[in-house]
Design a protein around this ligand. Structure first.
Ligand code: MN
Length: 244
């Protein structure tokens, strides 16, 4: 199995090295990742300047750093390495749960794989009290990949590990409860105004969702789709159009 690994924290992130180490048990690993942190870049691509890559071995792995986004990295990685089976993105330093999926560069790496007709799996770990203990996380990562890599019917999966030791795997849905996104103003050392855009969940998570599973100490696995069509509202609109 040929496995392309990317992330949004940058190619030197400890989470990427940890993922490559476990993924190598399952197949041939190649790394193509951003040269700097691209967290919250979402699914942006670089369209106003050319992309370049530079060989940058990570431990025993063939690796390339790119002056672009996670989606760019998957495009370049697929262009330069044929017959890929799957793209793994992560392990992100920070959870990608619920509505955070809209901003996630980690998930975008996996989504870009699916847009190209491949399979994509995003993996994230919480950073509530500093960087995750990736050595301790290794068995949970292996368990998730053991389930997901052979499951060829799953095209796109968002995996989130709990803080501490995982109690096992849970299939979940995306938590879509309201979130609070607001802009916090501040001042830089020169006295100039600047701003932080911050988000947090407003409501407790509902049972069976990704946020719920991680809070219960489980590894959350959410199968996703790229079709954003609101079927219910489309049916209503079509019915209204038909009755006019
Ligand atoms: Mn990140």
């Amino acid at each position: 199995m040929r496995i392309l690994i990317t992330n949004d924290d940058g190619i030197y992130s400890p989470g990427l090295a940890a993922l490559a180490k476990v993924a190598a048990r399952f197949g041939d690993v190649r790394i193509v990742a951003p040269d700097v942190e691209m967290s919250s870049a979402g699914h942006s691509i670089t369209s106003s300047r050319p992309l370049r890559y530079q060989r940058t071995p990570i431990g025993p792995f063939e690796a390339y750093r790119v002056n672009g986004t996670p989606a760019d990295c998957v495009a370049l990685g697929m262009h330069n390495w044929e017959a890929l089976d799957v793209v793994l993105s992560g392990i992100n330093l920070g959870s990608n749960l619920g509505n955070a999926m809209w901003h996630s560069g980690t998930l975008a790496g996996a989504k870009q794989a699916v847009l190209f007709g491949l399979r994509g799996i995003a993996l994230s770990a919480p950073t509530l009290s500093g960087d995750p203990d990736f050595a301790a996380l290794e068995s949970a990562v292996a368990l998730a990949l053991d389930v997901l890599l052979p499951a060829r019917e799953l095209s796109l999966v968002n995996v989130n590990f709990p803080p501490g030791v995982s109690q096992g795997l849970r299939w979940t849905r995306q938590s879509v409860r309201h979130y609070d996104g607001h802009v916090v103003p501040g001042k830089d050392p020169m006295g100039r105004e600047h701003f932080w855009f911050v988000i947090k969940s407003l409501e407790p998570p509902e049972e069976g969702t990704d946020r719920w599973a991680v809070e219960q100490g489980y590894t959350s696995m959410t199968p996703l789709r790229l079709d954003l069509t609101n079927e219910h509202e489309l049916a209503q609109a079509l019915a209204r159009a038909g009755s006019n």
